[in-house]
Design a protein around this ligand. Structure first.
Ligand code: HEC
Length: 225
């Protein structure tokens, strides 16, 4: 009504129902109608999930799931892929072949989730460790070099000691890809000349030599943190 006040006829004694008053009355009536609808939509006549329902024998509006119900995509019956174990032992192999694109994704996921603590080299000197957080493990130790891929997957999934697990944030396949990248990091910091096929060993010095010849700096051997 307040908004109609300004439209009131100046000479109130005449009491004419002119067009403006009629418009005003219609506006008020339709506003009341709209308000009614709005309330109805807020409180629709249906049962909410977990609401009590006296019409059901067990008094619940929601039906219980039949025994053994599994949400679509949540069966997870592949022990190897989802737990990293085969017959209860940590799997000694990756559950699928790791292609170059997989390794690239593993690196990208590792960089997002693990470098803050473990560093780009996996030496446990990530940025938050440099800023005072607890020292993270270095991957460049014999025990972890010898650890089965399934063990790395398990640590990433469930955590280890002071480290939290990443099962909530990182889906299983990505966890395997991160494990593969950790393995690659281990190799990168512990490669021996014998690891290079004999036919290629002669090329080992070649890149540095060609860079020097072209007057370019040699490629960095250690990534920056
Ligand atoms: C918030 C810091 C932090 C992040 C992020 C983190 N870690 Fe760790 N990680 C640690 C710490 C700390 C330890 C040592 C825990 C201990 O010894 O109690 C550790 C230990 C480990 C170990 C060694 C387990 C062992 O047997 O000694 C592995 C492998 C590992 N982390 C992998 C990863 C991977 C892969 C990621 C990324 C998905 C990751 N971590 C993310 C802090 C972190």
């Amino acid at each position: 009504m307040r908004s109609c006040r300004g439209w009131a006829p100046r000479e109130s004694t005449t009491l004419r129902t002119d067009g403006r008053l009629l418009t005003c009355a219609l506006l008020v009536a339709s506003a009341a109608l709209v308000a009614g609808c709005r309330q109805d939509m807020h409180d629709t006549p249906r049962y909410e999930t977990f609401e009590a329902n006296p019409n059901m024998a067990d008094g619940r509006a929601s039906r219980a799931y039949p025994a053994g119900t599994v949400a679509r995509g949540q069966l997870r019956d592949d022990e190897y892929f989802f737990t990293g174990k085969v017959n209860g032992e940590f799997a000694a192999e990756f559950p699928f072949a790791i292609a170059a694109a997989d390794m690239a994704r593993g690196q990208e996921r590792y960089t997002a989730y693990c470098t803050p603590c473990h560093g780009q080299l996996g030496d446990g000197k990530g940025m938050v460790v440099q800023r005072g957080l607890r020292q993270a493990a270095t991957y460049h130790q014999d025990r972890l070099r010898d650890a089965a891929p399934g063990y790395l997957y398990d640590v990433i999934s469930n955590g280890f000691g002071a480290m939290q697990g990443y099962a909530e944030q990182v889906p299983p396949r990505d966890r395997w890809l991160i494990a593969a990248y950790v393995r690659a990091l281990q190799l990168s910091q512990n490669a021996k000349v014998d690891d290079v096929p004999a036919a290629d060993r002669g090329k080992l010095d070649a890149p540095a030599a060609s860079h020097a010849a072209a007057g370019e700096p040699a490629p960095a051997t250690r990534a920056e943190h």
